[in-house]
Design a protein around this ligand. Structure first.
Ligand code: PLP
Length: 294
């Protein structure tokens, strides 16, 4: 990964509004060590993050990402982020991204063990190349996430709606999908309902209606899915959130995994059931996702 920028943030309280936040930022050499060994993000994955897509220097959907960062912080009992401070850090990072596609990551960790404050930083790096996934499509297998549809409501300590740094399970699911000959996974509940992919939301097409699993705390509410739904409505399509039984997946007319950096990757098969790919329609979705979006 080609790193372009790293910035440590001294987080100020939400509501501590300033003319600028420059004295709370420290730019670092992105290739140099920066964290102390007592960091709880590295010891326990105890923190939250966001990945923002950047196209030709424009950071996409910054407000939606900052809102989700604040939501994750609340679920994890982390201090409420100062949105203006994070927005200023994103703007600095975006200035270093240059032409092409990049990714800005925002990280808010619980901090150093026994330390007084959270640790926060922002990085910018070149994005991975998803052009093949966007045009040729990907294969997915369904994998049991190990909890039922009712679990998030009665076990909030599982932090299922938060974008935490604890992605080891998500990465293990991706490796399992690859062992099964697929490119990606779609998590299902133990009682057979569709959730999301380890790093993406799922959108299904039925005729002129597009649906996605309801984000009832069991999954992340994807910023890309939200943005695409707005776009689809502006093109006259119907969109909706549903509780989707996994057994209905093969009946979809088309399906995509969508996320901030990959954008829309059409699914060519789910569990060996082939799905049709409308290449020009998918290209129109990715054209929209590559246009500047706020
Ligand atoms: N679900 C999970 C588990 C994710 O990790 C991601 C993105 O990384 C998404 C959904 C899609 O979110 P977004 O569209 O905001 O990138």
């Amino acid at each position: 990964m080609a790193w372009r920028f790293a910035l440590m943030i001294d987080p100020v309280a939400s509501g501590d509004d300033r003319a600028d936040y420059l004295d709370t930022f420290t730019e670092l050499d992105p290739a140099a060590p920066a964290l102390t060994v007592g960091e709880l993000s590295t010891q326990r994955g105890d923190g939250i993050f966001e990945s923002i897509g950047v196209v030709d220097g424009h950071p996409q959907e910054v407000s939606a990402h900052l809102e989700r960062l604040a939501h994750s912080a609340q679920l994890c009992d982390l201090p409420e982020p100062n949105i203006a401070q994070w927005r200023a850090a994103v703007a600095l990072a975006a200035e270093r991204c240059g032409a092409g596609e990049a990714v800005i990551k925002l990280i808010l960790s619980r901090g150093v063990e026994h330390g007084p404050a959270p640790t926060a930083w922002v990085t910018a790096a070149e994005a991975s190349d998803f052009s093949r996934a966007r045009t040729e499509g990907i294969r997915a297998v369904t994998l049991d996430r190990g909890y039922s549809l009712a679990t998030p409501a009665h076990a909030p300590w599982l932090l299922l709606g938060a974008k935490t740094l604890s992605y080891a399970v998500n990465m293990a699911a991706l490796r399992e999908a690859k062992r099964r000959g697929a490119d990606d996974a779609i998590f299902t509940t133990s009682d057979g309902f569709v959730l999301e992919a380890p790093t993406a939301s799922l959108i299904l097409r039925r005729g002129s209606t597009f649906i996605t699993p309801a984000p009832n705390a069991g999954i992340l509410h994807g910023t890309t899915q939200l943005s695409l739904f707005e776009h689809l409505v502006s093109r006259g399509f119907t969109v909706g959130y549903e509780t989707i039984p996994a057994e209905t997946l093969p009946a979809a007319d088309a399906a995509w995994l969508v996320s901030s950096v990959r954008l829309a990757a059409p699914l060519v098969a789910i569990d060996d059931a082939p799905l049709a790919v409308d290449a020009s329609f998918t290209a129109s979705l990715n054209d929209y996702l590559l246009s500047p979006r706020d």
